[in-house]
Design a protein around this ligand. Structure first.
Ligand SMILES: Cc1cc2nc3c(=O)[nH]c(=O)nc-3n(C[C@H](O)[C@H](O)[C@H](O)COP(=O)(O)OP(=O)(O)OC[C@H]3O[C@@H](n4cnc5c(N)ncnc54)[C@H](O)[C@@H]3O)c2cc1C
Length: 389
């Protein structure tokens, strides 16, 4: 078995890199995410860059050509995400990598015609409204209701952790259209403008200083055209979207390793032969190997998609590994920094400008995002090893 990029993939990466190198700093710099800034401000400013990428044909890498994409492989899609991530640039992860591909499969012709071109132009940004105060892992118990009223649905309920809702243009909403006890057989998905009357967005700030939201839906009128797929057929739409989200998970671990390495080479004074420096080298070397393993897991999932199959266990292994690796990198870095590592974001004397301390606090999020790691481990044991439910 040869584990390497094909000549075509290498060429794609080379073209992408020279394209990005050639973009004006006035466009790139404001969009570049820094841990020391409000991530949502970056997201808003990043939209200008996404629009430019869309105009130049760089969005929708793996979308079919008939829907305006480049018709390339999942591996190239992942390479695009990784390159953007390393440069701390926005890549439209949820909208382009999961909502668009789900719409291609489950949407009507009219919905595809309305939304796909605008997604590819970087004009649409979607927030995902699944989780509720009493429905997280057990999503089939959600209670937000959508009741048919002529040509519309009237939606009432509450969502929580609706990340990006304050800057999104649309809400991808899961609601109950069946009876209260219909579980996953009575759910439907709607794509509606987030500015619709009756939608209120309130901030929730996480321990990593990142903002997510509560979203209240009060008599919101959604047109029947906003329904994605069949009424009560939402479970299939939700699982398709989540599969895409898990598959194209980004590789922040590589960025966090670079924060650690940068601190080690500068403030950490790696040069020298004292035992502390040896410890530091060992920690960095081990984590660098683990980051390469994360990349191989991701590439394996992408290669499975390219061969026409769905990586279920592989995608779960990928997600568990890289999400926990992020936390290990930040923890190892803080251990090496020592006491001063407690100086946080915004404090002038903080090592690495507080970036590692803040990354440590933020690094837990992907352990529950896109399905908690406990649930992923269940999938690995049940589907991968044939254990009973
Ligand atoms: C910062 C942040 C951003 C988020 N963004 C979004 C978003 O944009 N849109 C959205 O819809 N949701 C979002 N979420 C919600 C996220 O998907 C949920 O937090 C997650 O699904 C878990 O649900 P819960 O928090 O209700 O925990 P619970 O489901 O109550 O789980 C609590 C604990 O029990 C464990 N557990 C539960 N069931 C099982 C089981 N069957 N087997 C083993 N262990 C189990 C879980 O693993 C977890 O450790 C976000 C969450 C956070 C924290």
């Amino acid at each position: 078995m040869l584990i390497a990029l094909t000549a075509e993939q290498e060429q794609f990466l080379g073209e992408l890199r020279s394209y990005l190198d050639g973009l004006e700093p006035e466009l790139l710099d404001p969009a570049r995410a820094e841990y020391l800034e409000d991530p949502m401000a970056i997201r808003e400013r990043g939209r200008a860059l996404l629009k430019r990428l869309g105009r130049d044909g760089w969005l929708g890498i793996s979308w079919p050509v008939q829907y305006g994409g480049q018709g390339r492989s999942a591996t190239e899609q992942w390479l695009f995400q990784e390159e953007m991530y390393l440069r701390k640039l926005p890549a439209g992860l949820l909208t382009l990598s999961s909502i668009g591909p789900t719409l291609i499969r489950a949407g009507s012709d009219a919905q595809r015609a309305e939304f796909l071109p605008r997604m590819l132009a970087g004009e649409i940004d979607v927030a995902i409204g699944y989780t509720e105060p009493d429905a997280g892992t057990d999503l089939a118990s959600l209670r937000t209701r959508a009741v048919r009223d002529g040509g519309e649905y009237v939606v009432d309920g509450q969502k929580v952790y609706t990340t990006g809702a304050q800057v999104a243009t649309h809400l991808w909403l899961a609601a109950r259209t069946g009876s209260p006890d219909s579980r996953h057989r009575g759910l439907s998905v709607f794509l509606l403008p987030i500015g619709s009357e009756g939608i209120t967005v309130r901030p929730l700030i996480t321990q990593g200083d990142e903002r997510t939201n509560e979203v209240f839906l009060d008599g919101v009128r959604a047109s029947a055209e906003a329904l994605i797929g069949a009424e009560n057929g939402g479970w299939n739409v939700i699982t398709t979207q989540l599969n895409f989200e898990r598959l194209f998970c980004h590789n922040e671990a590589r960025y966090e390793l670079s924060l650690f390495a940068h601190w080690a080479a500068g403030e950490g004074r790696l040069a020298g032969d004292q035992p502390a420096a040896v410890d530091l080298q060992l920690a960095l070397g081990e984590l660098a190997a683990d980051v390469e393993i994360a990349r191989l897991f991701a590439m394996r999932s992408a290669a499975i998609i390219d061969s026409g199959h769905v990586p279920v266990v592989e995608a779960s292994i990928n997600k568990v590994w890289y999400s926990e690796l992020r936390q290990r990198i930040c923890a190892a870095a803080l251990e090496q920094i020592g006491e001063a590592g407690q100086l946080g974001y915004g404090q002038p004397e903080a090592p690495a400008g507080g970036a590692i301390e803040r990354a440590y606090r933020a690094s837990t999020v992907l352990k529950f995002g896109a399905g908690t790691n406990e649930v992923q481990r269940n999938i690995i044991a049940q589907v991968g090893l044939g254990m009973p439910r």
